[in-house]
Design a protein around this ligand. Structure first.
Ligand SMILES: [Zn+2]
Length: 48
């Protein structure tokens, strides 16, 4: 059985014009920080 990692603890290892790359301290997986943020529900603030 493998437990899904929540990537709760991350550290920034690199960054470029597209965003920051972070490494999970728990599972050692590397991904873009923006990918994590996209998983969160977005609020529509288009009504200015
Ligand atoms: Zn992880």
């Amino acid at each position: 059985m493998t437990q899904p990692c929540l990537h709760a603890r991350t550290q920034v290892i690199a960054h470029d014009e597209n965003g920051e790359f972070v490494e999970c301290l728990d599972c050692k997986e590397i991904f873009e920080l923006s990918e994590l943020e996209e998983s969160e529900p977005k609020e529509d603030l288009s009504d200015a």
